[in-house]
Design a protein around this ligand. Structure first.
Ligand SMILES: Cc1cc2nc3c(=O)[nH]c(=O)nc-3n(C[C@H](O)[C@H](O)[C@H](O)COP(=O)(O)O)c2cc1C
Length: 348
């Protein structure tokens, strides 16, 4: 882990209300997937190049048409007012200052319009609600507010029993709940039931969301090549390899292990993003060499938010990007596009 991130993680543990820190830090079950995530990236080794006239290193990229200054992006994480009073508005401003993409959670605690006003490039993360009209209204609103893609989380048919912080969400002030989704619930429908995840969500929902929003839909939570192909066949425009930061199915394989299989199956038809345990630019380099188009940071962004609001978020994104730039330069390529799978050896 980058020392910068380690310091922020320690600060978050020391300074946050323990209920909010437990919510942030926890995994599911025995936390096996949570604890494997970082080590799985560190297990790869590099095969650097010499004297390739790489010159200045650049990190600007286009992800599904969205122009960014860095392939390091903000993963969707819920309830940012637990961590800073300006919540997702601060996160969005920090990401914009870093030229990074932000994926806004359906469970954001600030109004979507305010987040959109502060944001640079942003996408909206959704899951399928029991009352489909609730999520459909939110997706339509996001498209009007300038989101450039929808990320459908597919690994949450139910919310798992978390190891720690089980009472944290129930302890939140009521106004942090359903800030955006609640507004999208049709009149006369019980909002708590309406916004629950629907365990009957299926691949067919991908196309419906794409048609409604007019935006590309990526599926998040994919860990197998055959699943990635099934999502693309059903109309997905991209894949996010993720095990939800070890918070859903414990013992799900590490994303660093799943990524090569997914990249091979997708075969360049669509962008592949990845998250889980990425804690340095070196981890990002490994992911990009294995074929990812971008990497997402979950907890580290929140550590930055908790420490210093927008400036803290920017510090985290800039810090990981600058470590990526140095790692690319030392490796001997001018940009992530110069990397390929041959540049990393399998696992030790
Ligand atoms: C506090 C917290 C809240 C999260 N909320 C969401 C969410 O609302 N939607 C979602 O798709 N993923 C959510 N995730 C998962 C993240 O998007 C991401 O997959 C994970 O955090 C990446 O791992 P990392 O934290 O090791 O970087 C959450 C993760 C955390 C830590």
């Amino acid at each position: 882990m980058l020392p910068l991130l380690r310091d922020l993680a320690e600060r978050a543990e020391r300074d946050l209300d323990p209920r909010w820190h437990d919510y942030l830090d926890t995994g599911a079950g025995e936390e096996i997937s949570l604890h494997e995530a970082e080590a799985a990236w560190q297990a790869y080794r590099l095969r650097p190049r010499v004297l390739r006239a790489a010159g200045e290193v650049g990190t600007a990229a286009r992800i599904l048409g969205t122009r960014v200054e860095t392939p390091v992006a903000v993963a969707p994480t819920a309830y940012h007012r637990m961590f800073h009073e300006a919540g997702e508005v601060a996160t969005a401003a920090g990401a914009a200052a870093a030229g990074a993409l932000m994926i806004v959670s359906t469970r954001a605690t600030m109004p979507l319009a305010d987040i959109a006003a502060a944001a640079g490039p942003w996408w909206l993360q959704v899951y399928l609600t029991r009352e489909r009209a609730a999520i459909e209204n939110l997706v339509t609103a996001a498209a009007e507010l300038g989101a450039s893609a929808i990320v459908l989380t597919g690994d949450t048919p139910i919310v798992s029993t978390r190891s720690r912080g089980r009472g944290s969400v129930a302890a939140m002030p009521p106004e942090w709940h359903l800030t955006n989704l609640g507004r999208a619930v049709p009149e006369g429908v019980d909002p708590v039931w309406a916004v629950d995840a629907d365990p009957a969500a299926s691949l067919d929902d991908i196309q419906r969301l794409a048609e409604l929003s007019g935006l590309p839909v990526l599926v998040k939570g994919v860990l197998r090549g055959d699943d990635a192909l099934a999502c693309l066949d059903a109309g997905a425009a991209g894949i996010v390899v993720s095990n939800h930061g070890g918070r859903q199915l414990d013992r799900a394989i590490a994303t660093a292990v799943a990524l090569p299989e997914v990249v091979t199956a997708v075969g360049g038809q669509a962008p592949v993003l990845v998250d889980g345990g990425i804690r340095s630019g070196m981890d990002a380099l490994v992911a990009l060499a294995l074929g990812a188009d971008a990497v997402l940071l979950g907890r580290p962004v929140v550590w930055g938010l908790a420490a210093a609001g927008a400036a803290g978020v920017q510090t985290v994104l800039d810090g990981v990007t600058s470590d990526l730039r140095e790692s690319l330069a030392l490796f001997g390529v001018a940009s992530p596009g110069g990397l390929d799978a041959d540049d990393v050896t399998g696992r030790r």
